[in-house]
Design a protein around this ligand. Structure first.
Ligand code: NAI
Length: 338
């Protein structure tokens, strides 16, 4: 099969080539998929995309006209694909679920620890041989209450890790995970209760019509003063403007994000020589209690290997006219946002 890989990054190419083992003809392009770059897919059978690519109605219409039959995601999240349109056009879409929930959950924990123990500030000081300890006080995680929003693959690993730290666990999900309740003492509560009681909130729900701006001013007002919020899911699950207000009025004590509402034009590129006009990211960047990572929670050896293998497996199945269990239907996400 001829596959065009959009948003291809140097670091992932060796993993994809290895998983492919010369079975399919892979072409790597650095541009993201959108309505303008869709033209590059002429002559291919399948496109492979990542989280910043946009498979919107107009883009999918073009892909269909260009003869594309399959879309293989190199991500678990698929909020960037309009599945209803893909189904109407008979374009099959498959994601790469469960490639390494550990990579993402461990990244969430590293954001939490770096913020709580003020490691960025400590390292900045050490660079100047300043080993003063003032203003570096953190808090023990032991006995703190952690609220996990979304207790699926990643959220459940997060819950288990935080249980290991001796934390009390609260959860919000539309489906309960019995193992977390029975073995790890997680209690499912309402969003309101989670926000009122959690010292730390970690977000692991997909972005869809129900979760868009799930964390907003009304809920932030209910949160414990000084709460730490970690978001490794998708940027628009939190309302960035409201979260900035919460940081400014000190309701939120610390924020760690691997994803950002307006990341599509910003992340995965070097903007260090530009004057950015995005006021949110400028404000967040200026706050000492905010830690921003550029969507690299998935960047581990194991995750990259698995993403590549799952993607090639999906292509293999389609090439042999077989279904893949990773295929997404419109009911996978009825409230898709794009
Ligand atoms: P998952 O599907 O295993 O878990 C998601 C959980 O959220 C499920 O238990 C589901 O029932 C729950 N949920 C869905 N809608 C909800 C709602 N309205 N309210 C409450 N709970 C709801 O997904 P997984 O693998 O844990 O991934 C979660 C998200 O993490 C992905 O959708 C993706 O956006 C993000 N992600 C981010 C990565 C990164 O590099 N930063 C990498 C991989 C995933």
């Amino acid at each position: 099969m001829k596959v065009i890989i959009y948003s291809a990054k140097d670091f992932e190419m060796p993993y994809l080539e290895r998983a492919n083992n010369k079975k399919h003809q892979l072409t790597f392009v650095s541009e993201a998929l959108n309505s303008k770059t869709a033209i590059k897919a002429v002559g291919y059978d399948a496109v492979s995309i990542f989280s910043r690519d946009e498979a919107t109605i107009i883009t999918l219409d073009k892909l269909k006209d260009f003869g594309i039959k399959y879309i293989a995601l190199r991500s678990a999240g698929y909020d960037n694909v309009n599945l209803i349109t893909a189904k109407r056009l008979n374009i099959k879409v498959a994601n790469a679920p469960n490639y390494s929930p550990f990579a993402i959950a461990e990244h969430a924990v590293s954001l939490l620890l770096a913020l709580n123990r003020k490691l960025m500030e400590s390292n900045r000081r050490a660079e100047h041989f300043n080993f003063d300890l003032n203003h570096l006080i953190g808090y023990d995680l032991n006995n703190k209450t952690v609220g996990i929003i979304g207790t699926g693959r990643i959220g459940s690993i997060m819950a288990k890790i935080m249980h290991g730290f001796g934390c009390n666990l609260l959860g919000v999900d539309i489906k309960k995970n019995k193992e977390l309740e029975d073995t790890y003492g997680l209690t499912y509560v309402s969003m309101k209760t989670l926000c009122e009681q959690a010292d730390i909130i970690s977000i692991h729900v997909p972005l869809n019509g129900d979760t868009h701006y799930l964390i907003n001013e009304a809920l932030i007002e209910k949160m414990k003063k000084g709460v730490t919020i970690i978001n490794t899911a998708r940027g628009a699950v939190i309302n960035t403007e409201d979260i900035i207000k919460g940081l400014e009025n000190e309701t939120i004590g610390a924020l760690g994000i691997d994803v950002y509402e307006n990341e599509h034009y910003l992340f995965f590129k070097d903007h260090s020589n530009e004057i950015l006009k995005d006021e949110y990211i400028i404000k967040l960047n200026a706050m000492p209690n905010v830690l921003i990572a550029g969507h690299h929670a998935f960047l581990t050896e194991e995750a990259l290997t698995n993403i590549a293998e799952i993607m090639i497996y999906n292509i293999d199945c389609w090439n042999e006219n077989k279904d893949t269990e990773n295929e997404l239907t419109q009911t996978s996400n009825e409230a898709t946002t794009t």
